[in-house]
Ligand binder design. Structure first.
Ligand code: HEC
Ligand code: HEC
Ligand code: HEC
Ligand code: HEC
Length: 227
């Protein structure tokens, strides 16, 4: 009797072990294959295209944003605040505390924009929220006149509205792309100058259709065949 019970117990143990091992291997078989991806297999983005999508999560909000005609900026006021096209604009408002540099203070307003009653204007969105030492490049303007006259003159900015090859085709980008990778920050929303406010902020891959205009093609001469 004792021997028989012992054999039954042994079989039960073996059966239990079988079920456990089978169960484990069955579940392992269901797991997805692990394919380690080597870091250097990932194609790096071109630096000048890297920030095109930075603000694209706001694209649909931009598309629905009504135009607030009373407070729209124009390219004239835009360039009045810059020493030359592409120069960092000066800070047109007072800065209360002289020690502040950026991360916590400037970005509160300049990261996503919005209307500021005190300044009676929409806040321009910064194209480079990651460069937190804002006042390294942006300075307050303290005077309206020069200390001493000089021969410096502002280069005229590229014209807009004439950059299409054909009527209705996407205009070429008339400006350099360095510091201008983040298209939506300047071209969309209430603070965008009215001449360049984009009618289609929801087409987020801007450079799919807009190519840089980096060549002035000169008309050499008429082409005639020798024969
Ligand atoms: C209370 C919100 C607020 C804070 C904080 C703030 N700004 Fe502004 N900023 C504005 C508004 C609004 C304007 C637009 C003013 C105008 O058009 O008259 C502006 C304009 C600017 C401009 C000019 C942009 C252009 O396109 O001409 C610069 C540069 C600037 N701010 C830099 C800074 C820096 C640097 C800091 C931090 C030291 C800062 N701002 C903090 C609201 C703010
Ligand atoms: C390395 C220098 C540098 C730093 C640091 C920097 N900026 Fe700028 N910023 C520029 C330049 C240059 C431009 C002009 C870009 C252009 O017009 O092509 C500019 C443009 C801007 C504009 C105007 C965008 C527009 O509508 O044309 C705002 C607003 C601005 N910066 C805010 C900031 C804030 C806020 C910070 C800190 C978080 C900051 N910047 C840090 C150099 C800098
Ligand atoms: C710092 C602000 C800023 C950024 C960022 C920026 N632009 Fe511009 N863009 C301008 C200004 C200002 C003009 C007007 C012409 C000039 O001054 O260069 C302009 C003009 C244009 C025009 C010509 C419009 C017309 O009607 O002729 C196109 C197209 C354009 N930009 C596309 C882009 C694309 C695409 C990007 C992103 C890769 C971009 N821009 C990023 C400020 C900016
Ligand atoms: C699918 C192609 C396509 C994409 C993507 C695209 N655009 Fe355009 N864009 C066009 C065409 C076409 C026009 C000319 C519209 C016209 O003349 O009526 C245009 C016109 C413009 C203009 C001139 C003003 C206007 O709205 O008519 C600006 C500025 C501009 N685009 C900026 C941008 C920016 C910034 C982005 C990315 C958010 C972008 N575009 C994405 C095709 C595109």
């Amino acid at each position: 009797m004792k021997k028989r019970l012992g054999i039954i117990f042994l079989f039960a143990l073996l059966f239990g072990a079988f079920i456990t091992i089978w169960n484990k291997s069955y579940h392992q078989g269901l797991e997805e294959a692990y394919i380690p991806i080597k870091k250097d297999n990932i194609i790096n983005e071109l630096p000048s295209e890297s920030k095109v999508f930075t603000r694209s999560k706001h694209a649909l909000n931009y598309a629905e944003m009504p135009v607030d005609a009373k407070y729209q900026r124009s390219l004239i006021t835009y360039y009045n605040n810059r020493a030359y096209p592409g120069a960092p604009p000066s800070i047109p408002h007072e800065i209360l505390q002289d020690g502040i540099v950026g991360g916590n203070s400037c970005l509160k307003c300049h990261e996503n924009g919005g209307f500021v009653i005190k300044y009676n204007a929409y806040t321009p969105v910064t194209p480079h929220p990651e460069m937190t030492n804002c006042r390294q490049c942006h300075v307050e303007s303290r005077t309206k006149t020069l200390f001493k006259g000089n021969s410096f003159y502002k280069k005229t900015p590229p014209k807009v509205g004439i950059n299409n090859a054909l009527l209705g085709s996407p205009p070429m980008i008339p400006h350099a792309l360095q510091m201008r990778e983040n298209c939506l920050s300047c071209h969309a929303g209430s603070s965008a100058p009215k001449e360049i406010r984009v009618s289609h902020p929801e087409r987020v891959n801007c450079r799919q259709c807009h190519v840089p205009k980096d060549k002035e093609i000169k008309d050499l001469d008429f082409f005639t065949r020798a024969n």
